[in-house]
Design a protein around this ligand. Structure first.
Ligand code: F3S
Length: 383
């Protein structure tokens, strides 16, 4: 991989974080046969929950020095920074999580703590970025037409320190072309069906760039759930949707292998009796908060614990929505989620509308999961 004189100098920097970051980017570039480094507009760093990375990760973050040279955003942590006591989190965990967050802020990261960084100042079509959270990667590539590989937390951090990433994978036109046509014959009736579709086929099409054909145009919030499930079950980082996503007509689909999906293949998952309903994986958008309120506004207080996760920016932007939902006893948390927080382990069966949560909750939080759309979640909340 060609390095400029300035880039070579960074390999000998006196600052160990800069030196290590360059070494990581060069190693990646060589593995993937990149020709050069290219500038990125932003980075998004995952893997910051103390629950998942423990003391070793905390010490690693605290050992870093220097500054990010581009916009750097961070994924959800293990708790809501303000309302952690309401989540049942203990003080020792809070203190350790805050040390991780503060180490990242010292490097110049934004206090974003969300997996939906694309809702505020999103990247534009063709922008090169280095994002790590898998649903954010799929959304940025597919819905926005920005360009990012599925970075690890470490390689995204390195890209933020240097402001560059190796030029390979989805930064290149030729790797963005569809490789399989997924013809969805079933009428997609709600967000949960699409999320479950991603859950069902994610493994089957793991290394493909799918080109979806649906019966009608679908809301972007539903496509967000599809991308999150595909990425959780497989390696998907980009998909195209006919007549909808920005690059859908940029490539020929002649001769592509075809996968047909009918309703029976989408099916149902999980039937336990939930003691917690948890929505917002990925973090809720403004429209999703509004829709939930619409579903619930004529009803009284929910009869089961009911959590919604969203970004702190949205909580700040729409305190009215949060207040109204909380009047129904729904807790709207930010900075964290049901998968990366240990708080979920206090429950036995969690109801979700997300294929990603369905994938990870049993493995990471050791709980049973019931799956259903938002409407069904609301019905269950009053049963
Ligand atoms: Fe986001 Fe947590 Fe789901 S980080 S995508 S809400 S697992």
């Amino acid at each position: 991989m060609h390095l400029t004189k300035e880039e070579e100098k960074l390999l000998c920097s006196e600052n160990p974080t800069i030196r290590k970051s360059m070494e990581i980017l060069v190693a990646l570039g060589e593995i993937f046969d990149a020709d050069k480094l290219i500038g990125v507009n932003s980075v998004q760093i995952s893997g910051i929950s103390y629950q998942n990375i423990g003391d070793a990760g905390l010490e690693w973050f605290e050992g870093l020095s220097g500054r990010f040279v581009v916009r750097a955003m961070i994924n959800p942590a293990g708790l809501d920074l303000k309302r952690w006591k309401e989540m049942g989190i203990d003080e020792g965990f809070y203190r350790k999580q805050m040390r991780i967050v503060n180490a990242l802020l010292k490097l110049g990261a934004e206090l974003s703590l969300t997996c939906t960084p694309y809702y505020f100042d999103p990247p534009s079509l063709g922008d090169h970025i280095a994002w790590a959270e898998s649903n954010a990667v799929v959304y940025a590539n597919s819905i926005l037409g920005a360009r990012t590989n599925r970075e690890s937390g470490i390689s995204a951090l390195a890209a933020g320190i240097i402001g560059k990433t190796p030029n390979y994978g989805l930064h290149l036109d030729e790797n963005r072309k569809p490789s399989i046509l997924v013809d969805v014959k079933a009428e997609i009736e709600n967000e949960a069906m699409l999320s479950l579709l991603g859950y069902k086929i994610g493994e089957k099409i793991t290394s493909e760039v799918p080109y979806f054909r649906f019966r009608k145009k679908l809301p972007e919030d539903w496509l967000k759930l599809l991308g999150a499930s595909l990425a959780a079950k497989g390696n998907t980082a980009l998909f195209h949707v006919e007549n909808q996503t920005p690059e859908w007509d940029g490539f020929s689909i002649n001769g592509l292998e075809k996968l047909e999906i009918d309703k029976a293949e989408i099916g149902v998952e999980g039937q336990c009796n939930p003691d917690l309903i948890a929505l917002g994986c990925p973090h809720f958008s403004e429209k999703e908060l509004e829709y939930l309120l619409k579903l619930i506004e004529d009803k009284g207080k929910v009869k089961k614990d009911f959590w919604v996760f969203t970004s702190r920016k949205l909580v700040e932007k729409r305190p009215d929505l949060v207040r109204k939902l909380e009047e129904h006893n729904i807790k709207v948390f930010s900075d964290t989620c049901m998968v990366v927080s240990p708080a979920t382990e206090n429950y036995e069966c969690v109801m979700v509308n997300s294929g990603k949560a369905l994938t990870y909750l049993p493995k990471l939080r050791k709980v049973d999961v019931r799956f259903g759309g938002m409407k069904e979640c609301v019905e269950v909340a009053f049963s």
